[in-house]
Design a protein around this ligand. Structure first.
Ligand code: AMP
Ligand code: MN
Ligand code: MN
Ligand code: MN
Length: 282
C-alpha cells in the first residue's frame, strides 16, 4: 500500500469529518501527501491546508466536480493543485451546486410516497453547507430512522437509477469542468473510472473527449478498484498518454476497505501524477 491520497472528502461536502479531522486522520495513517477533494465546493480547503501545515503534511488543494456525460452518465472529474481562492472556479462550482436542494425536495417527495417522511429536513440537518446536500446525507438520514441497516443498502434500494427515490440531475459538462480546473491552474483527473462500468467503446470515447478537453490523468489506484481494474486503467493511461493518480475516496471512518491516506500502489510502468509535487516539497 502507498501513502499518497489525492481524493477524499470532509463534511464540507458529504464526508463525516471536519477538514482538520481528515488531515489528522491521514497523518495518523502515515499519509505522505493528501488532497482534499470535496464535491463541487472549495469550502474545506483553507482549514485543511492550515491543519496540514501544522502537521507538516504535504497538501494539495482539490475538488471533485460532478459531470453529466452524453446526457445520461454521471462522471466525476477530480481537479488537483487548483487555486483554492479562484473566484471564477468558485462561481462555476456554485452553479453546479445549484439545484441540489430542489433535487432533495423531489427525492423527499418520492420517498414520502413510500412512507418515508422528513427526508428534506432530515438530510439538510446532516449537511454542513445547505447547498452541498447530497444523496449521502439522505442515506444517513434513512439509516438514522431505521429504514435501512446501512448507507449502501439505502443506495441500492432507494436512490440509484431505477429505484423509487432516484431523481436524474444535470451536472456540469465534461469539457467545461476540465477547462475550469485548468483555468484555476490545476490538473483534471478522471475519478474512479471503474465505477462507471463502461465497456471499452464507451471508456475510449470518454477518455478521448477528456484528453481533447485538456484532461491530464486517470485515477488508476482507487479504493473502488480491484487489482484487475488497476491494471486495466494503467493500460488506458498509457494508451492515452495520461498520468496516473491514486485516491482513497474516503468519506467516513470505518468503511470497509477504505481509509484516508492509504491507497494501493500503482502498477509498474505508470507515471505518477504527484512525482513533481513530491520533488518540489523535498
Ligand atoms: P450525489 O453527488 O449527491 O448524487 O452523491 C454522490 C455520492 O453518493 C458519492 O460521492 C458517494 O459519496 C455516494 N454514493 C454513491 N453511490 C453510493 C453507494 N452505492 N454506496 C454508498 N455511497 C454511495
Ligand atoms: Mn461522496
Ligand atoms: Mn466520486
Ligand atoms: Mn469522491
Amino acid at each position: 500500500m502507498g501513502h499518497i491520497d489525492l481524493h477524499c472528502h470532509s463534511n464540507a461536502s458529504d464526508g463525516a469529518l471536519t477538514p482538520t479531522q481528515v488531515v489528522e486522520r491521514a497523518v495518523a495513517q502515515g499519509a505522505q501527501m493528501l488532497a482534499l477533494t470535496d464535491h463541487d465546493c472549495l469550502a474545506g480547503l483553507a482549514e485543511a491546508r492550515q491543519a496540514a501545515e501544522t502537521l507538516n503534511l504535504p497538501f494539495v488543494a482539490g475538488v471533485e466536480v460532478s459531470v453529466t456525460w452524453r446526457g445520461k452518465h454521471t462522471i466525476h472529474i477530480v481537479g488537483l493543485n487548483i487555486d483554492s481562492t479562484s473566484d471564477t472556479l468558485s462561481g462555476h462550482l456554485a452553479q453546479v451546486r445549484q439545484g441540489r436542494q430542489e433535487r432533495l425536495q423531489h427525492m423527499a417527495d418520492l420517498l414520502a410516497k413510500r412512507g418515508i417522511n422528513g427526508v428534506y429536513a432530515g438530510a439538510l440537518a446532516l449537511a454542513t453547507n445547505p447547498d452541498m446536500v447530497g444523496r449521502a446525507h439522505i442515506a444517513r438520514y434513512l439509516v438514522s430512522q431505521g429504514v435501512c441497516k446501512d448507507v449502501h443498502s439505502v443506495f441500492r434500494q432507494y436512490i440509484v437509477p431505477g429505484k423509487p427515490g432516484y431523481v436524474k440531475h444535470e451536472w456540469a459538462q465534461l469539457a467545461d469542468a476540465v477547462q475550469w480546473i485548468r483555468d484555476a491552474g490545476g490538473i483534471a483527473v478522471v475519478a474512479h473510472p471503474g465505477r462507471y462500468e463502461f465497456k471499452r467503446t464507451s471508456m475510449m470515447a470518454l477518455l478521448t473527449e477528456f484528453k481533447e478537453a485538456g484532461g491530464g490523468a486517470i485515477e488508476v489506484s482507487s479504493a473502488s478498484h480491484s487489482a484487475d481494474e488497476r491494471l486495466q486503467f494503467a493500460s488506458y493511461a498509457k494508451e492515452f498518454d495520461l498520468l496516473s493518480s491514486a485516491g482513497s475516496d474516503f468519506h467516513v471512518p470505518g468503511e470497509k476497505g477504505r481509509e484516508v491516506g492509504v491507497t494501493p500502489d500503482l502498477p509498474s510502468g505508470c507515471r505518477p501524477l504527484w512525482d513533481e509535487w513530491l520533488k518540489e516539497r523535498k
